[in-house]
Write a new protein. Structure first.
Ligand SMILES: [Zn+2]
Lengths: 140, 320
């Protein structure tokens, strides 16, 4: 597949196949107002298939915590003048506040007003994220 | 432990749990000596859903320590909270009392309460999520029967899928180590994988999964029975069939060790036949007493009120 190259911006590679739009949403990148290229369900030597997100003129300060949360396998190339000037990998944040919401209908966060949505990284159980209140596993 | 909220047993170290077990045992034999431990203290029991037996246990515990009790439960709720958030209610009640016990149908409600309160909060059950003082009662019962909570073969029988008190007990026993678990349930109600992982991650603990209680009852030091709840089943026939398979009666008990202990978080439906109550192996009413004693130990500990004579008693134990 032909991949348009970009001059100044970022390339988010190794995004889990089919999830690029969701990743954009979590990164708060508005696809209707941003110059970007999406390559979805393309071949990947490492993962079989993957998505690639290319953002021209992007603010390179993308939230690596949020990226780690939704696409921990992703890599970020920072492009300046058509060349890769930096490579970044997402981190797995220990705590995530107000990025995802708990899906458990029995959770106190569904009824208590003014409460932060807080998730923690459960390293003992395969690095999943769990709601701080009810311990339900996060869904994306 | 002073000032600590207890939302799950993970909030307490094993050393602290051992100390609570020691205190409960001391309290049981020194009731007069401890009767003024919490003079001048006030406990609030905030019960957003009715659970009369748990509330009575928390309240009796404080009364027996010389403290007083205020609170609300179930029906009075609407007029007390007027739709107020848990956080605001706790910020208000913190001004009145020294310690709070909260029961709430929503999972995580006790943590919200502890975040907002300026006094220690004890979780008296938050939905099906956590019920740490039940697990403390279970541990105290093992301790009173065997003098220890580990180096035991413990059978858990019935609903092992949804019974969170069972999961909490298993996880806490894994922290003590050296327990063999025998998990007895129909295949529809087996132990969830994350609990099995917890046992696997503990080198000194092991488990087997079986479906026939009679087959394994002779191996057990303790048998923890649970309710098989109707709402877990899609159809009535499955429920009735499974419910009746896991009933403990004298015939099954005849196959058990003479000093096996039978535990149950109560209330029971029909999973333990009434005839078992008179058997010396029945420990479930003792468990109720132990629950109160552990709540006494916990309430006085988070308040920082020393039990008169306890420290000396412990030193004597160490010397002897
Ligand atoms: Zn939750």
């Amino acid at each position: 597949m032909e991949v348009t190259s970009i001059h100044d911006g970022i390339i988010i590679d190794h995004v889990p196949a089919g999830t690029a739009l969701k990743v954009l949403e979590y990164l708060r990148i508005n696809p209707s107002a941003t110059k970007l290229a999406l390559i979805m369900n393309t071949d990947s030597r490492r993962y079989g298939t993957k998505d690639i997100i290319k953002v021209e003129d992007a603010d390179t300060a993308i939230d690596l915590d949020v990226l780690g949360l939704v696409a921990r396998s992703a890599t970020v190339d920072v492009i300046r003048g058509g060349r890769i000037v930096d490579k970044k990998t997402p981190t797995l944040p220990e705590r995530v506040v107000n990025v995802i919401t708990c899906v458990n209908p029995r959770c106190v966060t569904t009824t208590e007003p003014g409460i932060d949505q807080v998730f923690y990284l459960d390293r003992a159980d395969g690095d999943v994220y769990r709601c701080r209140y009810c311990d339900e596993e996060a869904e994306f | 432990m002073v000032g600590t909220s207890v939302i799950t047993l993970d909030d307490l170290s094993i050393a602290q749990i051992r100390e609570l077990l020691d205190k409960a045992q001391y309290i049981d034999t020194h009731r007069k000596e401890v009767a003024h431990t919490c003079d001048g203290r006030v406990l609030a029991t905030l019960f957003y859903e009715p659970s009369t037996r748990t509330r009575l246990s928390f309240e009796t515990a404080m009364l027996r320590l010389g403290g007083k009790v205020i609170g609300f439960a179930g029906a009075q709720l609407a007029s007390v909270t007027k739709g107020e958030s848990i956080a605001d209610t706790l910020k208000t009640v913190s001004n009145y009392v020294d310690v709070v016990a909260i029961r709430h149908p929503k999972e995580g409600a006790a943590l919200v309460a502890a975040d907002a309160a300026s006094v220690p909060v004890i979780n008296a059950g938050d939905g099906g999520h956590m019920h740490p003082t039940q697990t403390l009662a279970d541990l105290a019962t093992l301790r009173s029967r065997f003098g220890r909570v580990n180096h035991l073969t413990i059978g858990l029988c019935g609903d092992l899928t949804f019974g969170r008190t069972v999961h909490s007990l298993i996880e806490t026993l894994c922290r003590f180590g050296d327990v063999r678990f025998v998990l007895i349930s129909p295949k529809e109600l087996r132990t969830p994988q994350y609990v099995l992982n917890r046992i696997n991650a503990t080198p000194s603990c092991s488990y087997v999964e079986v479906s026939d209680l009679s087959e394994v009852i002779g191996d057990l030091d303790a048998l923890y029975m649970t309710r098989v709840q109707k709402e877990r089943f899609f159809n009535e026939d499955d429920y009735l069939r499974l419910r009746d398979t896991y009933i403990l009666d004298e015939a099954k008990l005849a196959l058990a060790k003479p000093d096996m202990a039978v535990l149950h978080p109560l209330p029971r439906v029909n999973e333990i036949a009434k005839e078992v109550d008179d058997d010396p192996r029945a420990a479930y009413f003792e468990q109720v007493r132990n629950g109160m004693l552990m709540r006494m130990a916990l309430e006085s500990s988070v308040l920082g009120d020393e039990l008169p004579g306890f420290a000396e008693h412990e030193n004597k134990e160490v010397m002897a």
